[in-house]
Design a protein around this ligand. Structure first.
Ligand SMILES: C[S@@+](CC[C@H](N)C(=O)[O-])C[C@H]1O[C@@H](n2cnc3c(N)ncnc32)[C@H](O)[C@@H]1O
Length: 264
């Protein structure tokens, strides 16, 4: 993904994000928090919080006073603040986290690093704000077809226009070992990678399509940049690939997740 574009496509209302991606990232956040060991008594930072899918889970488990959140998108910061009173939500980038050194026990970036301009700087910053022995975590959608909705979109886009980028050309950190290598490079210890899975059910193709038309992320921004007839051809191809569903259908989504500790 072109990183600057990645950040730019998130200047949308929280509700538009929810219907496109929050429907996946909400349930994914529970799995991510389980894997990272989020438990009462710890202080956590949600890096690239968006409207707050992971922030909600952190508040449930830790209490609002123990949760901080950062995102560079003003509408997302506003939505996250409104949804989570008492949480310290700041406008900021992962590459320059507006927090003092050694402030939190957990620094978690859910589905964020693919969009960050300088992921190595982001990993170093996550390490800096963690206390000794603290846990850094990052996740990204699988880019080998495990995120069915994105795969479906890029397969349809390529079927309509063979010159279109494919799923794998448009992202980072979605292949085995990529997130792990970033964390190891940042000096984190005991780094492990897992696969986390979730799913969502759509009423019909219109519901999925209207989420894409919000122009969010790589798929959405690619779609809204195309002429209307080209967009409709992609929609028809997606319908075909889905087997022309006549009612609700469920799509699974797999994310890669790396976890590492700061030295004690
Ligand atoms: C796919 S969304 C994930 C949002 C949220 N973590 C979730 O799980 O729903 C990607 C988020 O990364 C944020 N982002 C983009 N560039 C960033 C950067 N340089 N530093 C921190 N966050 C960034 C976007 O504003 C957006 O909220």
């Amino acid at each position: 993904v072109e990183p600057a574009e990645g950040a730019r496509t998130f200047q949308v209302a929280g509700e538009a994000y929810d219907s496109f991606m929050g429907r996946y990232s909400g349930p994914l956040a529970h799995r991510f928090a389980d894997a990272a060991g989020v438990a009462a008594g710890l202080d956590a930072l949600d890096v690239g919080c968006g409207p707050g899918a992971l922030t909600s889970v952190l508040v449930e488990r830790l209490g609002a006073a123990h949760v901080r959140a950062v995102d560079p998108s003003p509408p997302f910061v506003e939505a996250c603040r409104a949804r989570h009173p008492g949480v310290d939500v700041r406008l900021g980038r992962a590459e320059e986290i507006p927090l003092a050194d050694a402030t939190v026990d957990l620094a978690l970036a859910q589905l964020v690093l693919p969009f960050v301009s300088d992921p190595a700087a982001a990993a170093a910053e996550m390490r800096r704000v963690l206390r000794p022995g603290g846990v850094a975590g990052a996740s990204a959608w699988d880019l080998d077809g495990g995120m069915r909705m994105l795969r479906l979109f890029w397969d349809a886009a390529r079927a309509v226009d063979p010159a279109s980028p494919g799923e794998g050309d448009r992202g980072r950190f979605g292949r085995p070992g990529e997130l792990r290598a970033l964390f190891v490079e940042a000096g984190l210890e005991d780094v492990q990678e897992h696969v986390l899975t979730t799913e969502t059910t759509y009423r019909d193709l219109d519901e999925l399509w209207s989420g894409l038309l919000a122009g969010i992320g790589s798929a959405g921004s690619h779609l809204v940049g195309l002429p209307p007839e080209h967009q409709l051809a992609i929609r028809a191809e997606m319908d075909l690939l889905l087997g022309r569903p006549q009612g609700p259908f469920t799509l699974t989504a797999a994310a890669r997740c790396a976890l590492g500790r700061t030295p004690r």
